[in-house]
Design a protein around this ligand. Sequence first.
Ligand SMILES: Nc1ncnc2c1ncn2[C@@H]1O[C@H](COP(=O)(O)OP(=O)(O)OP(=O)(O)O)[C@@H](O)[C@H]1O
Length: 725
Amino acid sequence: MGDIDDDDFGFSSGDEADIIALADSFDGNSKKRKASDNDDDLPPTKRLAIHPQSLTLATSILTQKFGMKAFRLKQEQVITRILGGGSAAVVFPTGGGKSLCYQIPALVFSELDKLANTRGDGESGITLVVSPLIALMKDQVDALVKRGIKAATFDSTKTRKEYLHTCDMLRNGELKLLYCAPERLNNEGFVEQMKNVRGGIRLLAVDEAHCISEWGHAFRPDYLKIARFYQEIQAERVVCLTATATPRVAKDICRTFGINDDGLFRTSTYRSNLKLVAESSKMKKDLYPRLFSFLKAHPGPTIVYVTLQKQTEDLAAKLRSKGFKARAFHAGMETPVKMELQDEFMRVNDLIMVATIAFGMGIDKANIRNVVHFNIPSSLESYSQEIGRAGRDGKTSHCVFYVCGEDLHLREMFARGDLPSRKSVRDTVANIFDSESIRLPIEGEIKRNQNSQQKDFDIRSTTLMNIYAQLEITHNLIRATTPIYTKYQYKVTPQYNSIIASDESQAGCAVKEYAKKASTWYHLDVDTAAARLGIPRVEIVKKLSDLDQNKIIELKPAGVLNVYKVTQPLPKTKAGIQKVADAIYSIMEKREEEALFRADQMLQLITGKSCFSRALAQHFGDDLPDGKSECGHCTWCMTHTAVEQEEPPPVPWNQKAFDAILKAVPVRDDARLLARIAFGISSPRVTALKMPRDPVFGSMEDHEFMVRGSAADPMLVEFANFVSK
Ligand SMILES: Nc1ncnc2c1ncn2[C@@H]1O[C@H](COP(=O)(O)OP(=O)(O)OP(=O)(O)O)[C@@H](O)[C@H]1O
C-alpha cells in the first residue's frame, strides 16, 4: 500500500520542535494585564451590552480596511455578538467568510475602548487565533499586514529576530492578531506569555473547530487542550469556526467551550449550482474510459480526488497519455513543488489536479468546474468539504463520484490503518509509566523520545499523540510541557574562538568548558553542563541561539524529547497500568468502528433511494430550501434509479499466501501485525521489518481483515493461532 495523506492539514508536530530554543529563551517580562481590564467584576448584563456604535465601526472596517461592500451570510450577527461580549460557534461552508468573523472584532475592540474610554492606549489586548494550517495562517497574516494591520504568527519558520519583534509588539500593545498552531499550547513559556499579554486576550478564535470533537471525522488530540487553555489564559470570549459540523459535533463544540445555544450560527451548505452525480462499476478498469469522456465533455479547472499518494501519479500519467493537462499533488512532495503546483492551478483554467486530500484547503478559486471522487471519501464531512470547492462563482459545476467494489477494500484499509495492536498500546503505556516514572512526585518530569516509541512499539505518530492526549485529558495523569532538545551541535566560524574566549558569562563558560569538538562539529550536552555549573539549561540554550543568530556558529539542535509533568499519583502496579492502557485501547477500537461507519454513510448517500443533496443537508442538521424534497440536479433526482454498489465476488481463502507470510515474517508476538502485512497496511514496525518491499506485503489484500462486530475475524483469527500468548 502506498502512503495515505491522512492529515489534510499537512502539519507535522515535529515542525514545532524548531521553535523550542526560541521559546526556551523567552524572558517572560511582558507587562501583566492591567487591573482596569478586570471586567469580571462587572455584572454579566453589563459585560454583554452591545455598544450602539459596534456595528457602525465593524461596517466601516469592513469597507475601509477590507474593501468589501457588505457582510455575508451571518457574519454581521456573529460579529455583533462577539463585540457584545458573547462567545460563538460558526458553521459556514468553505469559502463562506469565517475569517472576518474574528478579524473584524480584533480591530474593533480598540475603537470601542476609545469610545467607552475604558482602557488606555496599547491596553486593548489581542485576538489569538489557533489554527492547524501553518501555510494558511501565514497567507492570512501576509494579507493582513498588507492592509496595514498588525498581525503575526508564532510558528516554526520564524527567525529569532522576527519572534522578538512580535514579542515587542505584544509588550507595546501594538499587535492586534496573533496566530499559532494548537501544538504550541504544549509550550509552557507560550502559555505563560498568553496569560500575561498586555490588555489580555480579548478573543480566542479556534479554526477548524470540528477537530475538537471525538465524534468528528478529523479529531485531533491536541485540540482537546484548547478548552483548558481558554480557561487558563482567561480569554474574554471564544469563537469556534468550522465548515463541517454535524449537529452532534456542533453541540460538542458548544459544550466544550460553554457557548449558549443562541451562540451557534449555522448557514446552509446546500448549493443549487452543484450537480451531484454518481456512477458505479465492479472493476476499476471500467471506470477510466468513463472518466476520460466526462472530462472531455466538461472542460475547465478540475480536481480529481484519490486516496493514495501513488494513485495521484498513476492517474495523472494516464490522463496525460490521453491528451489532458494533468498534474499530481500529494503531501509527500517537497513544499516548493507543492507551492508551484498550487500557483499553476490558480493561474490557469485548463488544469486537472489529481490529488489526495492534501490539496484544496485554502484553494480559493472561484471557477473550479469539476470535483471528481475517483475513490471513496472517508466521510460525508470530507465529501461535503471537497465538493464545496466547486463552482464558487455560482455557475453550474459537476461533482462526480465513481464508486467501485475494489475501492471498498481501500477504504477499509484506510479506516483500519491507525489502530495498533492492544499489545502496542499496553507496551507504550508501560514504557511511559516505567519503574522510574511511577516513583516521581507530583510535578516530576517524564521525558520520552516519541520517535523511538513509534518504532519500538509499532505505533503511528498520530496514534501515539492520541495516547498521550488521553493520559492527559481523559485520565488527568500527566500534562505536556515544553519539549526539549537533548543534543546541540554546531559548526563554528573564524570569529568563534575569540568571542567565546572573552565571554565571561556563566552560559559562555558552560559553552567554553563543556562543548566537545569532533572533526567538524562541536557537541554540547546542555543538561550536564547546566547541572555541573548549577545554572538553568535555558541560559545555555539562549547563549547558543544568540551565537547562531549572530552568525558566529551554525547550530543544529537534535533529539527532541517530549516532556510531561506528573499531575496525579500514577498507577503503581502492572494491573493498574494495564487498566489505563485498556481503557485507551477501547476508545481507539471505537474510533476504528466509527471510521468504518463514516465510510458506510458515504456509500449509503449515493446508493440510497433519495435526493443526494437533501440527504447531505440532513446529515448536517439542515434541509433543502423552501420545503423541497428533491434538488432536481443529482443522480437520484435525474434518474430515480438507485446507484448499485457492485461488490466483487467473494475470494476463497488463500492458504498459500498465508503460509508464505508466516514463512517471510519472523514475528510471533502480534497477530494484528501479521494481518496488517497480509492486508498491506504499513506501520513503523512493518517498515522496520522491510515488509513493504516484500512480495508477501498485501498478498491477501482481497481477504476480509476481520468481520466487523463478529467473533469470526478470518485473517486476524487465523494469525492469532500462530502467536504466542
Ligand atoms: N462579506 C464579504 N464580502 C466579500 N467577500 C468576502 C466577504 N467575506 C469574506 N469574503 C471573501 O471570501 C473569501 C473566503 O473567505 P474566508 O477565507 O474567510 O473563508 P472561510 O470560511 O474561512 O473558508 P475556508 O473554510 O475555506 O477556510 C475570501 O476571499 C474573503 O476575502
